[in-house]
Ligand binder design. Structure first.
Ligand code: NAP
Length: 259
């Protein structure tokens, strides 16, 4: 799928070109993985139509989505996203696994699911896939789901808002699982925790030329971020009127006060 690069250096690119050789692990700060957040939204900022994200994006969005999954040690999502989107094996086919290997990564990405209550349906395709490796970040004392996938739990402690403090868990993903890069796919509750703790290094935001209203969720849902996070625009691509922006968190926003 070809896209037009509008900024910088106008020209044509493919989704594969823009999601190859990113070497995200090399950008990891000391002690934790480098984290890239990937989201798609409508013009009015909605991230779901009828409870799902699929009706928002186009083919270029899907190609970039699967391309980004070839670029990180782990792919992370919140439990509600995993439940609503019925997550299955993260890397969908051999061609994508070969792309990961060409970029020096394991053929399959580690799936990381954040579920405070440890509430994942046993029939979830991700858990039913014996080729999947899953780490669940949780505050629950319960046991890992008994499923064909290889499932491990990383138990964490709540922060001041009662939700899991995410930074110590990301540090443990690096120390105990060798995770140097993460592509996070939302949703908005998980994104808020990550933003609040200053853990999002880059944002890929696709903007679809649609107005949807209805579903109240936006890319980050929660109490106001004080101060707001600033990002620098790295690139803008276009395909079929959909815009694909890549941002890096600006250095002034890099340090957050302890939560
Ligand atoms: N357009 C897009 O790019 C996009 C991307 C992703 C999702 N979506 C849509 O967004 C919706 C889901 O988003 P959402 O905001 O409702 O949910 P979410 O962030 O995916 O998941 C929320 C759940 O994740 C767990 N969780 C997240 N952060 C936590 C923390 N710090 N501590 C403890 N638990 C934590 C909790 O799980 P438990 O309830 O298990 O405790 C919480 O209920 C779906 O409709 C999905 O289709 C759209």
């Amino acid at each position: 799928m070809r896209l037009r690069r509008l900024h910088p250096d106008p020209g044509d690119v493919t989704a594969e070109e823009v999601t190859s050789g990113m070497r995200l692990g090399n950008l990891a700060p000391p002690g934790r993985p480098y984290l890239v957040l990937n989201m798609v939204a409508t013009l009015d900022g909605r991230i779901a139509i009828g409870g799902r994200s699929a009706p928002i994006g186009n083919r270029a969005d899907r190609d970039i989505f699967h391309g980004l999954r070839t670029q990180a040690d782990a792919v992370m999502a919140g439990a509600e996203t995993v439940r609503a989107e019925r997550y299955g094996r993260i890397v969908k086919n051999d061609e994508l696994r070969a792309r990961r290997e060409r970029d020096g990564l394991a053929p399959d990405a580690l799936a990381v699911v954040v579920s405070g209550r440890l509430d994942l349906p046993a029939d979830l395709p991700l858990l039913q896939d014996s080729g999947s490796r899953v780490v669940i970040l949780t505050g629950s004392g319960g046991a890992a789901p008994d499923a064909p996938a290889r499932v491990e739990l990383l138990r964490g402690e709540p922060g001041p808002d009662g939700l899991l403090a995410l930074e110590p868990l990301l540090r443990r993903l690096r120390e105990e699982h060798g995770v140097r890069s993460i592509v996070c796919e939302g949703g908005s509750v998980l994104n808020h925790g990550l933003m609040r703790e200053g853990l999002v290094d880059e944002l890929f935001l696709a903007l679809a030329p649609k107005l949807a209203a209805g579903d109240p969720l936006t890319a980050v849902t929660g109490p106001g971020l004080e101060p707001p996070l600033d990002f620098e625009l790295l690139s803008v691509l276009e395909a079929e009127g959909h815009l694909f922006m890549r941002y890096r968190r600006s250095p002034q926003s890099a340090v957050r006060s302890p939560q």
